[in-house]
Design a protein around this ligand. Structure first.
Ligand SMILES: CC(C)(COP(=O)(O)OP(=O)(O)OC[C@H]1O[C@@H](n2cnc3c(N)ncnc32)[C@H](O)[C@@H]1OP(=O)(O)O)[C@@H](O)C(=O)NCCC(=O)NCCS
Length: 270
């Protein structure tokens, strides 16, 4: 059933309210954004996939030596496994888009750490971004436009006041404070994921001061960048979207776009 807004009773402005099960991309993502939801736990669904379809079990054998070394540096086995699963899922998906083997996908890193495809492999300007939290990862893929994605596992006991004080702009803090108590946690995560998705789209990480831009904070409000350095027009170069609800999580996507935005397809990979 569609989720409805607590304000208007209308369906929420998600690009789609469903995560469609899919094993691989149908076509190169020109003129659309694919957002893949990947389970990083040893999910029953991975083990119990119907016999007639291949099981997308991520395999660490596709990882590069530097990725394997990074995996080995995690102290806990659980973190090692989540990292490996996320990277191998990313490799498998990108390999499908590029029609090459997963082990041959090569990454380069921007100055603040954002991974991108090696230029030599990327004639068609494929863009992607990854986020993980808890047992889930999201992998957003498109072409030609910068994009960023963020997923956060919701903690009901999060100290919204202290974190907003530290990370949100004055305008966002005021928006949060004006809300009824029961909306504070959803609004906090709406604001956080929208903000983080934008930061990740730019690739700037924490070098972009978090107080220097504002997004809409109400969880049911249209996601938007309201201003960047006090300039409302600057925010219009970006499209923000909340992604379909996943119980216990909140997620958002940011896409470089100053005109009509391309369709967003939400797909469950495993
Ligand atoms: C990496 C960063 C951009 C996001 O970190 P995060 O929120 O902990 O993690 P996410 O799961 O959403 O994203 C991690 C993935 O983003 C990608 N990534 C790394 N650096 C990135 C960058 N500069 N820009 C965009 N994506 C980046 C990588 O694929 C990484 O996955 P990997 O660790 O498996 O390689 C981090 O440098 C950052 O800026 N954190 C800011 C957190 C914060 O204080 N936010 C305040 C509230 S808005």
């Amino acid at each position: 059933m569609d989720e409805v807004s607590v304000l208007t009773g209308e369906p929420k402005p998600y690009p789609s309210n469903l995560w469609t099960q899919a094993l691989s991309p149908r076509t190169f993502p020109s003129g659309r954004v694919d957002v893949w939801r990947v389970r990083l736990d040893q999910s029953e669904r991975i083990e119990s996939a119907p016999d007639d379809r291949p099981t997308p079990t991520p395999s660490a054998t596709v990882l590069s030596p530097d990725e394997l070394a990074r995996a080995r540096r995690f102290h806990f086995e659980e973190d090692r496994s989540r990292f490996s699963r996320c990277r191998s899922a990313l490799r498998s998906l990108l390999a499908e888009y590029l029609s090459i083997p997963a082990a041959e996908v090569r990454f380069e890193y921007q100055p603040n750490g954002k991974p991108q495809l090696a230029t030599v492999q990327n004639q068609r300007a494929l863009e992607f971004n990854v986020s993980h939290s808890g047992d889930l990862a999201l992998i957003a893929v498109s072409s030609e436009r910068r994009l960023g994605v963020d997923i956060e596992k919701i903690r009901a006991d999060v100290d919204t006041v202290a974190l907003a004080e530290r990370f949100f702009s004055r305008r966002e803090r005021a928006g949060l404070q004006a809300l009824a108590d029961h909306l504070r946690v959803p609004a906090f995560y709406a604001c956080w994921t929208r903000k983080e998705a934008f930061l990740k789209a730019t690739g700037s990480g924490l070098s972009f001061p978090l107080a220097d831009f504002s997004v809409t904070t109400h969880p049911d409000q249209e996601p938007e960048i309201e201003e960047i350095n006090g300039q409302p027009e600057a925010g219009k170069k970006w499209y923000l979207a909340d992604l379909p609800a996943i119980a216990g999580y909140r997620a958002a996507l940011a896409l470089e776009s100053d005109g009509p935005h391309p369709p967003i397809e939400a797909r469950a990979w495993n």
